[in-house]
Design a protein around this ligand. Structure first.
Ligand code: GDP
Length: 139
């Protein structure tokens, strides 16, 4: 089934000049970029994006991190895009992520883990319109 998912290259990754490397991995895996933007979130915007985690002890730290520098938000489209992106990302903690995954290769720690990806169709349905309008999505 062809799906769409939201991917974010996080603020720890942008200064490492690995935007191209990450996008190349998605394209090689037959995930198509159908929308893309670079922006610097405010802390309030980061809190709104991660609203689902508002009760977690790391919520404030996560919002501070996600607003600490520019990010690249993308919509990826392809067969099983949601689960495919999640397996390419690797586990949340880069130390526990499988070899060859994006987080294992480039992650610094459990928070500075390079990429975000929607974890379900329901998350994708919230996260894609958070960044992109219908008009932004190419078809
Ligand atoms: P993901 O779906 O793999 O991104 O993981 P989660 O949805 O559980 O967490 C969202 C994000 O919060 C992660 O990608 C990390 O950046 C951060 N995070 C998760 N767990 C922790 C933690 O225990 N401590 C801190 N500081 N950040 C965390």
């Amino acid at each position: 089934m062809v799906e769409r998912t939201l991917s974010i290259i996080k603020p720890d990754a942008v200064p490492k000049n690995i935007i191209g490397e990450i996008i190349k991995r998605f394209e090689t895996a037959q995930l198509k970029i159908v929308a893309i933007q670079m922006r610097h979130l405010s802390k309030k915007e980061a809190e709104a994006f991660y609203y689902v985690h508002r009760e977690r002890p790391f919520f404030d730290s996560l919002a501070t991190f996600m607003s600490s520098g520019p990010i690249v938000a993308m919509v990826l489209e392809g067969e099983q895009a949601i689960s495919k992106n999640r397996s390419m990302m690797g586990a949340t903690d880069p130390k526990k992520a499988d070899k060859g995954t994006i987080r294992a290769d480039f992650g610094g720690g459990i928070e500075t883990n390079v990429v975000h990806g929607s974890d379900s169709p329901a998350s994708a349905a919230f996260e894609i319109p958070f960044f992109f309008s219908q008009l932004d999505l190419v078809r």
